[in-house]
Design a protein around this ligand. Sequence first.
Ligand code: C2E
Ligand code: MG
Ligand code: MG
Length: 700
Amino acid sequence: MLGTYNYGLVVISVLVAILASYTALDLASRITASRGKTARAWLVGGAFSMGSGIWSMHFLGMLAFSLPIPLGYDIPVTLFSMAIAVVVSGFALHIVSRDSLSLRKLTIGGVLMGLGISAMHYTGMAAMETHPHATYDPLLFAASVAIAIAAAIAALWIAFTLRGESPWMRYAKLGSAVIMGFAITGMHYTGMAAAHFSPDTICVSGPLVDNSWMAGTLTGTTLIILSVTLALSVIDARMISNTANMAASLQRANDELQRIALHDPLTKLPNRVLLEDRIEQAVAHAERSKAHCAVLFVDLDRFKMVNDSLGHFVGDELLRGVASRLHGLVRAEDTVSRMGGDEFVLLLREVDGVADAMDVASKALAALREPFRVHQQELYVTPSIGIAVYPDHGNTAQMLITRADAAMYNVKKGGRNDVRVFATEMSTFFPERLMLENDLRRALERREFELHYQPKVELENGAVVGMEALVRWRHPRKGLVAPDQFIPLAEESGLIIPIGRWVVEEACRQNKAWQDAGMPHLRVAVNISGLQFRQKDLLDTIAYALESSGLSPECLEIEITESVVMQNASDAIVTLEKLSTMGVHVSIDDFGTGYSSLSYLKRFPIDKLKIDRSFIRDVSSDMEDAAIVRATIGLAHNLKLRVVAEGVETAEQLQFLRALGCDEYQGYYKSRPVPPAEFELVLRGEIGLAPVTISPAVAA
Ligand code: C2E
Ligand code: MG
Ligand code: MG
């Protein structure tokens, strides 16, 4: 008896097989992406839906087949075949969701799965009990089992490989599902073809079913089960990928925050926090391996000048250039960090000792010596480098950095552009300086500076003709700090610029206030440091101070030392000429301590020479000093310059200077520098407003 096929149902069975395959592939990804209970739930649910999918494909295939006799199916056996399908599916899903799939596992799994599918198929066939029993063509039977095994192996491999979630994977899965679907149906129909029914066959299993009704219900249910499973799987994947996306962006934000917290934004180098951590690690490592590690403190000489005169853009670019050169010097495990400003610290994780660190430092000196090209300008920077080595100089990050810094500072004091290794005697002054610099940074905004005034007196008649404004720092703990103790630091750190600006403005304001109060119109002298003098905006600063105070330019004088003028003579001449055009007076401070000669100085538009107090001290007893002072006064007068003597403390000195023809003097003999209120008394005395006695201070 020959069976016939309902081709519509055949097509549907193939589609169901494809859908079941696709669901299976998708579930493999789901199970892999989940953990614990969720993974198990997906495995059980997946086994059920995939199993029912395969089974219904198979059953549809049976329904598509008809003999010229009515057919029925034994229900328990049919259900049993379905159970086999579910178990086989669960087994398959379990295999493909493991972390690895060896060839051995793939083969064994594939064979078992293929046998399982065959078992399901032939059990399902057996549910259709006929009399006499159907016979099977052994070759086709074997072929069907072989196809089942081959299809199973292929299916397992594909499902394992395509577990990812990318869009590309979806197409790949769809393609594979089609192939798998055909393989499964191929097995089924080969198995069906293997069956032979004798002409007198009758079906003995009941109940007899209406094929089309059964097929419809089955297809519907299966489709629903498979679609729901698939939908759940897709939704779950979305949720997981959303969560994963969120987690990833959170992680990114975290990483970024951490990077910002631990790195210098300008150079992208590690900052102090990260550096200290790395040093601690390096020390711990060196401790264990009985090795050394070294900290190199690198400070750029005169960087502030570049920054202030060429602008921050150039300064920033230069710092980046320095950072990259330093970075190029060290090994990957070493650290180059920026402490802020123009300070860099190198950590050499493992060195043999001081000599190794010296080597790197020398390389750094050489590397930075080459000019930097920044915005079409050639810039030269030199570094001062201090070295501290573990365990010789300390065993904490703090100590090593501090001591390398102390060594660096020692280089600065010794003329910059060099390397020095820390030595104990360097440490004593260091914390003091560090604290002072920190305090200095805040002093301006805390209004801790004040100006004291010292009168300049006409020698001939003893009249006060002007005053020098001298800055003082009222330190919250130290009390009044003299300029010698902070001006050098202020210059080095560049803080002198804002401080100096304040001094000019305050001196002008105060002088004008006195004038407005009816005091005599005197000239106030302000000291200008080298760094200040080289500022492009010096003239603007002065003009602004004059304008905002309303002080006449003739009532302002600036004092600069001869070395500052000499340092860049051609620029200095230009600046001085402009000042002179403005009407501001210029005097050369501390004259005699530099290298200049008067004949050279005559090229400069200046008004006054202030003979340094070191010449005045012994002028009445030391013949040589007396000769120098006499010659200076003579030459200056030839150049139409007025001469001021600094540091006059005694009547004897005064007497002598008068004899030498000096024009003015300044000194404790008349008055120490005093706060404005006290200076006002000096002024009042000048115009006889009130009886004031400024007791001439005796020489210390
Ligand atoms: P300088 O410009 O040569 O100022 C004169 C210094 O001599 C002052 O010291 C003053 O107190 C001191 N002096 C005056 N008369 C006598 C005396 O009879 N005997 C002795 N032994 N000393 C006397 P001070 O105020 O400590 O200032 C020291 C230096 O600090 C100044 O030297 C000046 O170079 C600098 N300086 C002071 N104020 C400023 C400022 O506002 N800006 C800048 N850039 N530098 C300043
Ligand atoms: Mg001065
Ligand atoms: Mg002086």
